[in-house]
Design a protein around this ligand. Structure first.
Ligand code: NAD
Length: 458
């Protein structure tokens, strides 16, 4: 599915018309290609007085080959602006954010990155500190809406080192692995369609990959619904990153599934996830072929739209079963048989419909909100086993699913976000990829929207 308007806008005639009529102006987003540098220009790093993260961040950036800009140098253009706000303990100190960002507001290169790092408010020592740290969200979300030209903005709450030491990696200990994977993801073109997000890092073990271009080397990854759309893109991205992919879909999609699996050197499993024996058959397949599965991606999903008054019970039941209950049954089986080892990952695909609700989608939105509940409840329960649980919530992604939406509604859905365009299946896949990396063990219990900072449910 192509966005013809976005292609037109990037032509000379299109640019002129957009300017003259003040039409939406979707920028061309920077997307990841193996071997790409993380950023198109140097990063400017600032910190509030007393912050605890500037040093680890500088080390992570340097190790990743990012050039750190000299703040005293003549005005220049930046690939990213990063600010360590962990030193802010009172609202009166928020002024330091203005002092850092105001002079640079026009100095960010296209598809640039803005990252603010803070302390989770619930970990703060005083109500005033918690208040000031919570305030960071408003700044970040507004920058995401203001800076334009493909620039994204995220807030990363990093657990205090003391807490992490008891419960996972100590970010002051020198390796900084827990934070490295998240910073690398956000800075790179992998996060092209992720903006306005609050990401929590802390707890859980993380390891550094031998090669950051193959961060999933040797990992066995199950992708459900892999025959087409987001699932097919997922299989491709995860295989590119080094994973051994087990691609699953319904028998009726067997040919398309085989094509995806062959293309990436993975294996195909034809299975209807709602079949009563599906969890056992899947567990037996994984046990006999691989002995384990490090990463489980619950991507398969269906819609059966009708307003509630017109919806028959079958539509309700099918959607809840495919999108939610089957995930629970499969998780239970794989966990019970200990097929997901320590360091394992469970990643579910939710939707912004599960956050905002949607007319005609009571069944779908219920199932997708349930997926968020699954993350909230399972992540703390599985922490002790070293397994992380996260979800991504896609917004408008250019697939067959969205191609079926009536034209006017589709056009509105596409433009109603800070990047003025729909995302691509690869954008969802790259975000799931990051959560799957062994290096991302400190990221658990998150629901990350891949929606270009959609206005829906914001
Ligand atoms: N496309 C979007 O804009 C969008 C937005 C938000 C969320 N999502 C979610 O992303 C996921 C993928 O969406 P997509 O757009 O690629 O959809 P899609 O319909 O193109 O692909 C879904 C795949 O899941 C498979 N599947 C369905 N029922 C199954 C079952 N019982 N057992 C095994 N496989 C089954 C289908 O055969 C299909 O190959 C879904 O969970 C969807 O709800 C998509």
């Amino acid at each position: 599915m192509t966005d013809r308007y976005a292609s037109f806008v990037q032509s000379a005639a299109g640019r002129a018309l957009v300017k003259r009529l003040g039409l939406p102006d979707p920028p061309r987003l920077r997307r990841h290609h193996p071997g790409d540098p993380l950023l198109a220009g140097p990063a400017l790093l600032g910190a509030a007085t007393g912050g605890r993260l500037a040093e680890p961040i500088a080390e992570i950036l340097t190790a990743a080959g990012v050039e750190l800009a000299d703040p005293a140098a003549t005005p220049q253009r930046y690939g990213a602006l990063l600010f360590d706000a962990t030193g802010i303990t009172d609202s009166t100190e928020l002024r330091q954010l203005y002092d850092f960002f105001h002079p640079q507001a026009r100095a960010v290169l296209p598809s640039g990155r803005v990252i603010v790092l803070g302390t989770p408010p619930q970990e703060c020592a005083t109500p005033r500190e918690a208040t000031a740290q919570r305030a960071l969200e408003g700044l970040v979300r507004s920058i995401g809406k203001e800076f334009g030209r493909g620039t994204t903005a995220q807030l990363v709450y990093v657990t205090r080192a003391g807490n992490a030491a008891a419960d996972g990696p100590d970010l002051s200990a020198g390796t900084h692995t827990g934070l490295a994977s998240t910073l690398r993801f956000i800075l790179s073109g992998r996060s092209a369609y992720v903006s306005g997000q609050v990401i929590r890092v802390g707890g859980g073990a993380a390891s550094t990959p031998a090669d950051w271009d193959r961060p999933l080397d040797g990992q066995v990854v199950l992708v459900t619904g892999a025959a087409r759309g987001i699932g097919a893109a997922l299989a491709k991205v995860l295989a590119r990153d080094g994973a051994k992919v087990v691609a699953l879909d319904i028998p009726a999609a067997g040919d398309a599934l085989a094509a995806v699996a062959n293309d990436i050197g993975g294996t195909a499993v034809q299975l209807d996830l709602t079949a009563p024996d599906a969890p056992t058959r899947l567990a037996e397949h994984l046990a006999s072929r691989h002995g384990r599965v490090e990463v489980v991606v619950h991507n398969a999903g269906i819609t059966r739209d009708k307003t509630l008054g017109r919806m028959d019970a079958d539509r309700w039941d099918q959607v809840i079963d495919v999108n939610l209950s089957s995930q629970e049954r499969i998780n239970d089986m794989l966990l019970e048989r200990e097929l997901i080892p320590a360091g394992g990952r469970i990643i579910s695909v939710s939707s912004i419909a599960g956050i905002a609700g949607n007319r005609g989608q009571t069944n779908y939105a219920t199932s997708k909100a349930g997926v968020i509940g699954l993350v909230d409840s399972l992540a703390p329960a599985l922490r002790a086993r070293g397994i992380s649980v996260n979800a991504v919530a896609p917004g408008f992604i250019e697939t067959r699913l969205t191609a079926r939406i009536p034209l006017v509604v589709r056009e509105a859905g596409r433009r109603m976000n800070s990047l003025a365009q729909g995302g691509l299946p690869v954008d969802v896949a790259e975000t799931i990829g990051w959560l799957a990396w062994p290096a991302s063990g400190a990221v658990s219990g998150n629901v990350v929207r891949v929606c270009g900072q959609s206005l829906l449910g914001a």
